[in-house]
Write a protein that binds this ligand. Structure first.
Ligand SMILES: Nc1ncnc2c1ncn2[C@@H]1O[C@H](COP(=O)(O)OP(=O)(O)OP(=O)(O)O)[C@@H](O)[C@H]1O
Length: 516
């Protein structure tokens, strides 16, 4: 979450500044002819010099056929994403770029692929709808901003072309994060009674949790009032469009699991851009994690922390007090929470998703038995039932199937099903824990694991989970909600349950709703 200390200081534009004014040309626009599609390869001839070009069908985002203007009536724009460093060797800081092919005729297969003749309503700024773009600059390995500048912004410009004004004003608002509180501050500005909002969130799961909780913290009262008065309609709930530029991107992977193929196939970014322009809104299921009094959010990125202390998660440091958090991904205790917490140092962050494995190695060597009570309620059991023994290795309550693309923590979860599932096992030691992790990387087979000593992985659908820690050492009293770490007091804990009331909608690929 911190810039490496060797980086030059980054210019920090005001959060609300729309840096579209400094935009360059919208991607590389090429006039092409003789476009053909064969064996998954799209080929063409450049109109100016007859040279040829090619890309794969997986890199095609969609085709625009703007029928609005007579001059453009017979023109197509094939929009492609290039995201291989090899495609952009001159500029490794900008690993993704847009390729726009303008042509008079396209192969039939592209007519059947996503074809945009009008900007989708959710991307149009009108008196009844606003479009905000939130760029979380420290997500993942820091590529959200170049992705916005090089790809998303020019694509919006091309699709929303008639919205341009002479002043260069764009029909969207841009929020570039400046610190760890930026997304929360933005969320606070969302008013349930204002026009409906589409929020294009260029970030990882942390941006989503910040958005869910920033909004909630100031609008509890307002939301209650607005609901009582106007009965906030589902269609007015803010609509999230996720562009997954984080490390794990669990929410996007899980929501798009039915349409995400193993390679080769469209990449995560291609899928997310297709969904942004052609997706369908759905209610985003949420859970609430409530914490005992005295609990605090632990963070590396508060203003008080200059990032020089990699031991934040190991020490007794306290940050913002917290009573509850909303989440859309997972709430956890024990190994998972410790991995997320201890991998979130500036040193580990530069390694992208490898940081989880690096922190896990150390924690696995220690294989700490976490002293706690874990209890569940299910739809058929209205009283708490104890799960496991007095010590635990892994306790995770999931609302999604995947924590990473290939890490299926909850194979029974379907996108948007709104169900909570518990994955729990005891302190089984390094070897068996690795076996569990390998099962998760093998489509979720860990949920069937049982060992000869009677230990097993417990996996079940639950309504509510209560975890109370009995640890003395603060290092083992960390809980995790969608990547946010909460430190609880001695004897403290967390209760997790699904939330009935909808607060956000999310854009998904239409096929997810049909086959999810
Ligand atoms: N300019 C900034 N300075 C400090 N912190 C920032 C800044 N911009 C964003 N952040 C914080 O960095 C965190 C980035 O988390 P995010 O989840 O988006 O990425 P990630 O942790 O890499 O991905 P994932 O959660 O999917 O693994 C967020 O909590 C956000 O508030």
């Amino acid at each position: 979450m911190f810039v490496n200390s060797s980086d030059p200081p980054a210019p920090t534009p005001p959060e609300s500044q729309d840096d579209a004014l400094s935009a360059g040309p919208p991607g590389a626009t090429l006039q092409v002819e003789n476009v053909q599609l064969q064996d998954g390869n799209l080929t063409w001839t450049h109109a100016n010099d007859d040279s040829s070009g090619q890309t794969t069908i997986d890199q095609v985002l969609f085709t625009i056929h703007p029928t609005r203007s007579a001059t453009q009536a017979d023109k197509y724009i094939i929009c492609c994403l290039r995201e291989d460093a090899a495609d952009n060797p001159d500029n490794p800081a900008h690993p993704t770029s847009l390729l726009l092919l303008t042509t008079h005729a396209i192969p039939d297969e592209l007519l059947n692929a996503p074809l945009l003749s009008h900007p989708p309503p959710h991307l149009q700024q009108t008196p009844h709808n606003e479009v905000d773009v939130v760029v979380s600059t420290k997500s993942g390995v820091g590529r959200a901003r170049p992705f916005w500048q090089d790809v998303v912004r020019p694509l919006l410009q091309v699709v929303l072309q008639p919205g341009h004004t002479a002043t260069g004003q764009q029909p969207w608002n841009t929020i570039i994060t400046q610190d760890a509180q930026s997304v929360r501050r933005y969320a606070k500005s969302l008013h349930p009674s204002g026009p409906s909002k589409t929020i294009i969130l260029i970030s990882g799961d942390g941006g989503v949790v910040d958005l869910l909780n920033g909004r909630e913290s100031n609008t509890d009262e307002e939301v209650a009032k607005a609901k009582a008065k106007a009965k906030v309609k589902a269609a007015k709930l803010p609509l999230l469009a996720l562009l997954p530029l984080g490390t794990a991107n669990a929410l996007f992977h899980s929501l798009h699991k039915p349409v995400e193929s193993r390679s080769p196939g469209p990449t995560l970014l291609v899928l997310s851009l297709r969904t942004l322009f052609t997706g369908t809104p759905a209610r985003l299921p949420l859970f609430k994690a409530s914490f005992t009094p005295g609990s605090h959010i632990v963070s590396h990125t508060s203003t008080a922390d200059d990032g020089s202390n990699p031991e934040t998660c190991l020490g007794p440091r306290k940050d913002t007090a917290v009573s509850h958090l909303y989440g859309a991904v997972v709430a956890s205790y024990a190994l998972h929470a410790s991995i997320v917490c201890e991998s979130d140092t500036p040193e580990y962050r530069v390694h992208g998703s490898k940081r989880f494995g690096m922190a896990a190695q150390q924690l696995l060597r220690e294989s700490h038995p976490y002293r706690a009570s874990v209890e569940v309620m299910t739809s058929s059991e209205p009283e708490y039932r104890r799960v496991g023994r007095d010590t635990h290795g892994y306790v995770l309550v999931s609302m999604v199937s995947n924590l990473e693309k290939t890490f299926t923590v909850s194979p029974g979860t379907r996108p948007l099903d709104g169900k909570l599932r518990l994955v729990q096992f005891g302190p089984v030691g390094e070897k068996k824990t690795v076996e569990v992790m390998m099962g998760a990387y093998d489509g979720g087979k860990h949920t069937l694991l049982e060992w000869e000593d009677g230990e097993k992985v417990r996996y079940e659908e639950v309504e509510r989970v209560r975890v109370v820690t009995q640890e003395e050492d603060g290092r083992w009293r960390k809980f995790c909600v969608d990547g946010t770490i909460v430190h609880v007091e001695r004897g403290g804990g967390m209760v997790v349950e699904a939330v009935e009331e909808a607060a956000f909608r999310v854009l998904v690929d239409e096929r997810v709703l049909l086959h999810g």
